[in-house]
Design a protein around this ligand. Sequence first.
Ligand code: NAD
Length: 352
Amino acid sequence: MNTIRVGVNGYGVIGKRVADAVLLQSDMDLVGVADIATDWRIKSAANRLPVFASTIEAQQAMRGADVPAQGVLDDLLAQCDVVVDTTPKDVAAGNLERYRALGVKAVLQGGESHSTTGHSFVAQANYASAIGRDSTRVVSCNTTSIVRILGALDAAGLLLRARGVLIRRATDPWESHLGGIMNTMVPEPTIPSHQGPDAQTVLPGLDVVTIAAKGAHTQTHSHYWTLQLTREATRDEVLDALRAAPRIAFIRMSDGLVALNSTVELMRDLGRPRGDMWEVAVWEDLVTVNGSEAYLAYQVYNEAIVVPETIDAIRALTGTVPDAATSIRLTDESLGMRQDFLTPAEEPDHDR
Ligand SMILES: NC(=O)c1ccc[n+]([C@@H]2O[C@H](COP(=O)([O-])OP(=O)(O)OC[C@H]3O[C@@H](n4cnc5c(N)ncnc54)[C@H](O)[C@@H]3O)[C@@H](O)[C@H]2O)c1
């Protein structure tokens, strides 16, 4: 298998996690990371990774701040097969033509619109259609979770339509001194909120409506769904459909995992890097089926969930791994992803 040379442009919440995940892949090399920041965020990276300045202005600023930049973005791109652009919303869209001109494949993130790349990615749903493309967009954290969960039920032939309420975190923890709401809830100004239609960019057949609001906390997102099934089903059938899909883990209230912060603390106790949870955590004991209606709730660790999808998107664009299942397995094993956090971890079966 060829080694894929990867660069990361934008070393923020998502970029730093993607860079660390790339380092764990035996079929990828991390060439370096680029940013315009000159403070602790990039200084801490420069101690362990090759750092590049994303702009000429940033190069000068890095010199002034004693950040040992190895060059500018074009110097990084010249050494890359794929760039993962994890800059803030709309910046990546402006970079795409530059990547194309240099023949570097690009993975963008959910802040960009679907039309920017014309392809939106969730590995379990549409890995194959990304193979050989010059770019794709890994959908946002909320949308990724929706596609994983509804896609699992759809694949099992169980889902007719889905209506969901999404409670979003106010801001990311690292920047909560700068903004974020307090002591209120803020509904998104339209119904449907954008996440349902966004999920349809990956799974066009989904009958899904989402309503979203921002909550006054920084502890991940949570979603609450009412699902119309295609037929009367048992609770076990719904659980089996979720178990059959990748990147979904069960948590239980009966284990004391009764709130968003409990799961966040569990991830820290498990020694996860940055306390990350890459899986969607479904409350198993809340899954309820009544005839042909099902109800469930799950937690989305917004800072981490798109990281495994991004790793798979890199493989899909380069075509080095032709099938989704193999790429998902490689990624999930490298990160140590789980279907249940409280049972002993299974040893990877390398013959599979
Ligand atoms: N934060 C999340 O929970 C989350 C989840 C899923 C997807 N996303 C998406 O991922 C993308 C990145 O979001 P984030 O939360 O990591 O942002 P962030 O603000 O944490 O990080 C962005 C980084 O890009 C750098 N940057 C700004 N302008 C730049 C430029 N012109 N060139 C190079 N670097 C530049 C910033 O200094 C910062 O380090 C967005 O599309 C966002 O919608 C974010």
